[in-house]
Write a protein that binds this ligand. Structure first.
Ligand code: PHE
Length: 497
């Protein structure tokens, strides 16, 4: 059954034929919005009622006007406050009642009051009229009853000017009988139940139409962080290209694998505490393949394999220092060393995507930890052209076609190239990665054959993610200030590439 308000409305429509929602609100002593809401739900029942939208303008009292209906206009109040005999000092009157100033000036112009300016103790207000009629209050009472029509235009505009009445516009509905009108209606069924089927009552019931425009409820499910989604995409690209993933499950690394194995001199500024986080406990790593370490020491300090080396002292104490890895190239070094220990070399394609740490000054684009994507190919006689070709193939899968390469420097690659892509949105070339051919000083001490060349590249995961998700401050993407709602609101999947 429709609720009782619904039925009351239907009974009114039955009686009057047509009735507007604002009239219904008054008659049924309900809020207009509540009436409109109930009318809408009656409408949803089918053709029980019909409605027509209309706008009504009417006059109502302002709070000040309502106050005057009860207690009288300010001028009447002032008049009442003036004793019939002898009057009252103006200063005293002003203190005695609120809004006395307005009341006084209105009372003066109505000819109800007069001022004795020469009285003792200051100006004195006296009654001039022996009795008054509070016309303003009478007019406001008429407005209150809905009878503003009986006021003259002048009276009405005077009340409006004094902000005692105001005109309001309301959207109302004219409610009329529909083709299936009835004063008692059954609520439409929203579910077909087993009981209805068993008892056969479904035949007599009316069912609510489907609302195909309704939005679905968000499924209660987990949501992947944008970095994880983009990581999955990069991983997919590598897998499509036949790469296999390197084990990156150690954030702590020795300086040996992070720097020395990569022919990065022990005096290199990147090995300072300003750039690298050193571990206190345990401060040092102890297990190294010692014969390899000796070869690393030699190539650094005196050279070898056709290289002069760095020609500076190399100390194992420096190599032993534990740090948070500053790049995943440390993992690549471990994997290439492992590869070199195979009896017979086999070409490999490796990738990794994981976290690295740098002692950076934090700002909108830099964090002390971020993710690196790294790829490498080890094969016989690779050239720079192979690197350029594979970078084109890799970035093409991301939808990036325009690439440029700029000569760069890395301690462990020669030649080295920064990779730039043309950003259609920013309309400029932006750096997207770093790459190069690993130096013989890195590969030969590991024991790789002389004609094996390793090409490699690296990029951050955060940068393409920020571009893709339109995030311009990295701290909104990663770290303690991430708003989880951002994770929830981003699309579950994206079809653009
Ligand atoms: N390790 C480099 C970096 O941290 C990236 C890189 C990887 C460069 C492999 C060349 C080759 O920026």
């Amino acid at each position: 059954m429709a609720d009782s308000l619904g039925e009351s409305i239907l009974q009114r429509v039955e009686k009057d034929g047509k009735i507007s929602t604002d009239v219904l609100a008054k008659l049924l002593e309900r809020d207009h919005q509540q009436i409109v809401g109930t009318v809408k739900s009656l409408q949803a029942l089918g053709n029980v009622i019909e409605t027509k939208q209309q706008t009504n303008k009417y006059w109502e009292l302002t709070p000040e006007g309502t106050q005057m209906v009860e207690s009288g206009s300010y001028e009447a109040l002032v008049y009442e406050a003036v004793p019939p005999e002898g009057g009252i000092l103006q200063a005293e009157l002003m203190k005695k009642i609120p809004n006395a100033k307005i009341g006084f000036s209105k009372g003066m112009s109505a000819g109800w009051l007069e001022v004795n300016k020469t009285a003792e103790g200051g100006p004195r207000i006296m009654r001039k009229a022996s009795s008054i009629v509070d016309k303003v209050q009478e007019q406001l009472k008429k407005v209150h009853k809905g009878d503003i029509e009986s006021l003259t235009d002048k009276e009405r505009s005077e009340l409006k000017k004094r902000k005692l009445v105001q005109e309001v516009t309301v959207n109302t509905f004219l409610v009329m009988k529909g083709s299936e009108f009835s004063t008692s209606v059954n609520k439409l069924e929203t579910d077909l139940t087993p009981e209805m089927l068993a008892s056969g009552t479904w035949k007599d019931r009316k069912f609510k139409d489907y609302n195909f425009d309704a939005l679905g409820v968000m499924p209660a499910s987990g949501h992947l962080h944008p970095l994880l989604k983009v990581r999955a995409q990069f991983r997919q690209i590598f897998l499509e290209m036949g790469f296999s993933e390197m084990p990156t499950n150690n954030y702590i690394e020795s300086s040996f694998w992070n720097f020395d194995a990569l022919f990065q001199p022990q005096q290199h500024p990147a090995r300072d505490i300003q750039d690298t986080f050193f571990i206190k406990d345990p401060e040092f790593a102890h297990e190294f393949p010692m014969d390899y370490l000796e070869r690393v020491k030699k190539v650094h300090s005196v050279g070898g394999y056709g290289s002069q080396g760095h020609k500076v002292e190399w100390r194992i104490e420096e190599a032993k220092k534990n740090i948070l890895r500053t790049h995943t190239t440390a993992v690549s070094a471990r994997m290439l060393y492992k590869l070199a220990q195979q009896e017979k070399f086999t070409p490999v394609k490796y990738f990794s995507i994981d976290r690295v740490f740098r002692n950076e000054t934090l700002d909108a684009t830099h964090l002390a930890e971020f993710h690196q994507i790294e790829g490498l190919v080890a094969d016989y006689n690779l050239t720079l052209a192979d690197l350029i070709g594979i970078l084109h193939a890799f970035f093409k899968k991301l939808g990036i076609e325009k690439l440029r390469f700029k000569p760069a420097y890395n301690p462990y690659t020669e030649p080295s190239m920064e990779v730039f892509s043309y950003h259609e949105g920013l309309k400029k070339w932006v750096e997207i990665g770093n790459s190069g051919v690993f130096r013989p000083e890195m590969l030969l001490p590991m024991g790789l054959p002389e004609d094996v060349v390793v090409i490699a590249w690296g990029l951050s995961l955060e940068r393409p993610t920020m571009i893709k998700y339109g995030i311009d401050n990295i701290r909104e993407l990663f770290g303690p200030r991430v708003n989880l709602q951002m994770v929830y609101d981003n699309p579950i999947c994206r079809l653009d590439k």
